[in-house]
Design a protein around this ligand. Structure first.
Ligand SMILES: NC(=O)c1ccc[n+]([C@@H]2O[C@H](COP(=O)([O-])OP(=O)(O)OC[C@H]3O[C@@H](n4cnc5c(N)ncnc54)[C@H](O)[C@@H]3O)[C@@H](O)[C@H]2O)c1
Length: 245
């Protein structure tokens, strides 16, 4: 029980990597608060409760500053603290540089970058009050190496890594660590539209010759959210089968 009695918020916890994080953290003893726009987040929370752990689902967008501020205040009041924030919610709107619309640029910046900022800013006072905190945010190996057709997405994922390093300096004296996780190609709904032939090519390009499952990534989040990682801050943990070297 590596997260016994911890209160953990997981954004984007309704499916994919976020769902795996929510379920793993619950198994490790955390009270898990899922924030997502998809109603299936409620089912994820109910399944966790059925397995004997504690979970809640809240339908709020990470881009909604007032909604997030209000929700985090309520969570802190109800549970007495917030120990862990997992900024996992993210979207893609892929297009090459010259074809990308301002709407596509803005949508990805809003969720992947501004959403991480909004949630982290909202949680900081509660973590400071407790002299304890773990903020772990979703980067991507694309944020380290770029990717064809992902100007917007790559920029946000590089930004997430830089924000973690910045918060390490600002919040470290309050017992708060800030880190990023950079997954490589992971089999979730986010990549479900990729044609089979292209999927095979992607797998062949990965040194370990396979794609990640969500749980492979969730274990990295667990480490950075645990007490065991108390001296780890400002890093980007790449979990990508050896792709970004
Ligand atoms: N799948 C991959 O190959 C991969 C690789 C590297 C990084 N990542 C990153 O990992 C994270 C999770 O990816 P995934 O593959 O599980 O994606 P996913 O699309 O399966 O899940 C993302 C979740 O975020 C939620 N979400 C989106 N916008 C939101 C908003 N405004 N407010 C609240 N919730 C919102 C979605 O509803 C969804 O449940 C993302 O940040 C993604 O960029 C994924």
């Amino acid at each position: 029980m590596r997260l016994k009695d911890k209160v953990a918020i997981v954004t984007g916890g309704a499916r994919g990597i976020g769902q795996a994080i929510a379920e793993l953290f619950a198994k490790e003893g955390a009270t898990v608060i899922i924030i997502d726009l998809l109603p299936q987040g409620q089912h994820v929370a109910e399944d966790i409760i059925a397995s004997g752990s504690v979970a809640e689902y809240h339908a709020v967008s990470v881009t909604d500053k007032i909604g997030i501020d209000t929700l985090f205040e309520n969570i802190n009041t109800t549970h007495g603290k917030i120990d862990i924030l997992i900024n996992n919610a993210g979207i893609t709107r892929d297009r090459t540089l010259e074809k990308m619309s301002m709407d596509e640029w803005d949508a990805v910046i809003d969720v992947n970058l501004k959403g991480v900022f909004i949630c982290s800013q909202a949680v900081a006072p509660y973590m400071k009050a407790n002299n304890y905190g773990r903020i772990v945010s979703a980067a991507s190996n694309v944020g380290l190496r770029g990717n064809f057709g992902q100007t917007n997405y790559a920029a946000t994922k590089a930004g997430v890594i830089a924000m973690a390093k910045t918060w390490t300096m600002e919040l470290g004296k309050f017992g708060i660590t800030a880190n990023a996780v950079a997954p490589g190609f992971t089999l979730t709904d986010m990549v479900a539209d990729i044609p089979e032939a292209h999927l095979d090519a992607i797998k062949a390009s990965i040194p370990l010759k396979t794609a990640a499952q969500p749980i492979d990534i969730a274990y990295g989040y667990l480490y950075l959210a645990s007490d065991e990682a108390r001296f780890v801050s400002g890093i980007c943990l790449t979990i990508d089968g050896g792709t970004a070297r």
